[in-house]
Design a protein. Structure first.
Length: 267
């Protein structure tokens, strides 16, 4: 017996007019949205969403809400970050209850900090609602625990490109030494160059690498290979998370998201 009706009696914070809520939508499956995120979907006058937010999740929104796509996809025409921030400010100052819905977590490589900063400077009140990052939840759906006490006690999260869209000038030797497990966001486009730099920094060619595409969705797919093997990949479905290191060894036991479970669109 479900008890979701009891949620209607909870004292959710009011989503006031003229404010913006920056909400993390999670890695993909609508069921991974938080309660506060679901509340915001039902209250918002306008929803400005990323390209990674699924149609199934948007279907949970207030039916009278205006839906504004603001997706940024690498290598494709996209609104600038300044334009998105200006849109949020203008909508809030017009007296709207604005929901900025972002894939994963707003502050985990989601530019939520930039948008919150723009709102602060414009004098627009805002709230941040964290979400499940694809670097955690997405990998969990692939049977990959980012930490395991028998395996690794640290993990490093990094992005595959900087603000120019190119591979950032990171200290790859320091990255190699920092943690046995690396979780890389937005790295598919430059993956061969990233792998070359990791190999030059000291990572062995035989080290395991997994690529989780469309995480936590019915069409999720996982490529398991090595650093050297990944150099030969011709096509990788995106969006994708790349994980390097021994964490992938647990998939044989923990790959629980089997096809029968994918029939439920909530995840």
């Amino acid at each position: 017996m479900t008890r979701f009706a009891e949620l209607d009696r909870l004292a959710f914070p009011e989503m006031q007019k003229g404010t913006v809520w920056l909400v993390g939508a999670g890695p993909g499956a609508p069921g991974l949205l938080t309660l506060l995120g679901y509340h915001a979907l039902s209250q918002a006058d306008v929803i400005v969403h990323d390209a990674l937010v699924s149609a199934d999740l948007l279907a949970l929104a207030n039916p009278e809400a205006e839906i504004v796509p603001a997706g940024k996809r690498g290598g494709k025409p996209s609104p600038s970050q300044a334009d998105i921030s200006d849109t949020l400010i203008a909508l809030a100052k017009a007296g709207k209850r604005v929901l900025r819905l972002k894939g994963g977590d707003p502050f985990m490589f989601g530019r939520g900090g930039e948008e919150a900063g723009a709102l602060f400077r414009a004098g627009v009140p805002f709230r941040v609602v964290p979400g499940i990052s694809s670097g955690l939840g997405g990998l969990a759906y692939a049977g990959i625990p980012v930490t395991h006490r028998d395996n690794n006690h640290s993990v490093l999260f990094l992005t595959g490109h900087d603000e120019t869209g190119e591979v950032s000038t990171l200290d790859w030797e320091a990255i190699h030494r920092a943690a046995p497990v690396l979780v890389m966001f937005m790295s598919v486009r430059h993956l061969p160059l990233i792998i070359e730099r990791l190999l030059a920094a000291g990572r062995p060619e035989s080290e395991s690498l997994a690529i989780v595409s469309n995480a936590a969705l019915p069409n999720q797919s996982v490529i398991e290979t090595t650093l050297a093997g990944a150099l030969a990949l011709a096509e990788i479905p995106t969006p994708a998370i790349v994980v390097v290191g021994p964490a992938t060894r647990y998939r044989a036991m923990l790959d629980w998201y089997a096809p029968p479970l994918r029939e439920n669109p909530l995840g």
